[in-house]
Write a protein that binds this ligand. Structure first.
Ligand SMILES: Nc1ncnc2c1ncn2[C@@H]1O[C@H](COP(=O)(O)OP(=O)(O)OP(=O)(O)O)[C@@H](O)[C@H]1O
Ligand SMILES: [Mg+2]
Length: 205
C-alpha cells in the first residue's frame, strides 16, 4: 500500500528542506516516491501559482484565494496524486489542504466550514496518511526566509502569521492521529531524525 505524507507549517519553518531530505532517504532505500508541492506542479497549477504568489498588481479576495488554491489542488489530485498512489508510488507533498485551512480560514478569516468544504471537494477523498507540522515562532521562520523573493503571503502582518500558526496547532490538536507536530527550532538533522522514526513505522505497517 502506498502512503501520502504532507508537510505543513508557516513561512520558513523548513517544509521544503525536510520534504527533500525525506524524499532522498526513501529514494536511497529504493522506496518508490514522488516529491511535489502546492500550489503548482501541473501546467494549470503553475499558472494559478503565478497569480497567487506573484501578482501584487491585481486584487484577489480571500474567497477568490480559497478557490484558486483549490483549482491548483483539484488538478494536482486528479493528474498526479491519485494516479501515482494507485500505482504504489508514495507521495510527499510540500503543503496541502491544511495550509488552505490555516491561511485562508484562520489567517484571512473565512468561515472554517466553508473552507473545509471547498478543500474537501478538491481533495476528492485523498486524505494524507501523515501530516508533519513544523512549528516555529513566526519571527524565526520569516527571518530564515529573508534572502528569498518576497511573495504575497510573506508580506502579511505579524497578526496574520500568528493566526496561521495557531490555526495549524488547532488542526493538529483536533486530529492527533494524522499529525506529527515537531518543534522546528531544532536542527535540520534532529528534525529529520524525528520524521524518519515515524515514517519508518508507516512503511513497515
Ligand atoms: N531546522 C532548521 N534550522 C535552521 N535553518 C533551517 C532549518 N530548516 C530550514 N532552514 C533554513 O531556513 C530556510 C527556509 O527553509 P525552507 O525553504 O525549507 O522552509 P519552508 O517552510 O519550505 O519555507 P516556505 O514557507 O517559503 O515554503 C532555508 O534557508 C533553510 O536552509
Ligand atoms: Mg518551501
Amino acid at each position: 500500500m502506498s502512503f501520502f505524507i504532507t508537510f505543513e507549517g508557516g513561512e520558513g519553518c523548513g517544509k521544503s528542506t525536510q520534504a527533500r531530505l525525506l524524499y532522498k532517504r526513501l529514494k536511497k532505500m529504493s522506496v518508490p516516491a514522488l516529491l511535489i508541492h502546492e500550489p503548482g506542479v501541473t501546467a494549470l497549477g503553475k499558472r494559478v501559482t503565478s497569480l497567487l504568489k506573484w501578482s501584487q498588481d491585481i486584487k484577489i479576495s480571500p474567497l477568490a484565494e480559497l478557490f484558486l488554491f483549490n483549482v491548483s489542488r483539484s488538478q494536482l489530485v486528479t493528474e498526479v496524486i491519485k494516479p501515482n498512489l494507485e500505482k504504489e508510488t508514495n507521495i510527499i507533498c510540500d503543503r496541502y489542504s491544511d495550509s488552505t485551512t490555516a491561511y485562508q480560514g484562520y489567517g484571512r478569516g473565512l468561515d472554517l466550514s466553508d473552507v473545509k468544504r471547498v478543500n474537501s471537494i478538491a481533495m476528492q477523498g485523498v486524505v494524507p496518511d501523515l501530516t508533519i507540522l513544523l512549528d516555529v515562532p513566526i519571527e524565526k521562520g520569516l527571518e530564515r526566509k529573508k534572502k528569498v523573493r518576497t511573495d504575497r503571503f510573506q508580506t502579511q502582518s505579524r497578526a496574520f502569521h500568528q493566526r496561521v500558526r495557531n490555526g495549524f496547532l488547532k488542526l493538529a490538536e483536533a486530529e492527533i492521529k494524522r499529525w506529527l507536530v515537531i518543534d522546528a527550532t531544532k536542527s535540520k538533522e534532529a528534525i529529520a531524525r524525528i520524521i524518519w522514526e515515524r515514517v519508518n513505522k508507516l512503511i513497515k505497517k
